[in-house]
Design a protein around this ligand. Sequence first.
Ligand code: G1P
Length: 297
Amino acid sequence: MHRKVTKAIFPVAGMGTRFLPATKSVPKEIMTLVDRPLVQYAIDEARAAGIKEFIFVTSRGKGALEDYFDNAPQLEQTLREKGKTELLDILKSTNMDSGEIAYMRQHKPLGLGHAVWCARRLIGNEPFAVILPDDVIAAETPCLQQMVEAFNENPGNIVAAMEVPDDKASSYGILDIKDDMGDLVSTKGMVEKPAPGTAPSNLAVIGRYILTPTVLEMLNKKQVGAGGEIQLTDAIDGARSTGEEVYGFRFKGHRYDCGSKAGFLQATVAFALARDDLRDDLRDFLYAVVEADKAAR
Ligand code: G1P
């Protein structure tokens, strides 16, 4: 029986330049969809998939992330005194047990592969998950949980995958498909950000991975790839070339690209509409805004 996936890496070292000036002082991962930071969605998804150890790869200026997952004795005391038990419950999901969470600095921005490699000593010789908090996935069964279930049936490397339009393929890691089995596809290659017109398929990698320790060995080579960065995609494909399987997994759910402003706004609206306390007012407001916009055209 293969080992269970109990550790997840959250690469959060990026500078978030697409959200300047906000990200000048607020880490992008702390930006909120409705009232929860992006990173909270990632943590909740990891927990649902059975993850027990959470490893953040950070950089300078990400102190607010560490504070977010820390206890807040003064705030909790005030809420207790005021009898605000509901808010105390909400805060519980942000608290981590001692030793459950670790922070590792990526000292230089050398790429996603390098960020994952920075956590190698905390992973050791077992399969692990990687979650990119920018990719927020709304799903009945959380995406990583779907992938862990697929991994238990098909041990190997598994990357979340989704069809993208031709003109968007060069923004993603793209799979070269060997066998298409429906939810799962086996691969014979993977290309990071292919030049326009050269993508081997339309099946793009989305930010959820279950990987074997062989990928960390591949990252040891520090091979530089697309954009002059050490790419996770290349290391995963390197593991395939040693004889391991690399599967793409078509998850069930809707992915929001919260690394872009448009995606972030869409996620905000969708998550607010999913909330009982916000839906009705927001829907009326949106209809009115759309009508006014139509009339103005
Ligand atoms: C990263 C990965 C890419 C993947 C994408 C998904 O790219 O390198 O393979 O398709 O995430 O969001 P980034 O968006 O960080 O440039």
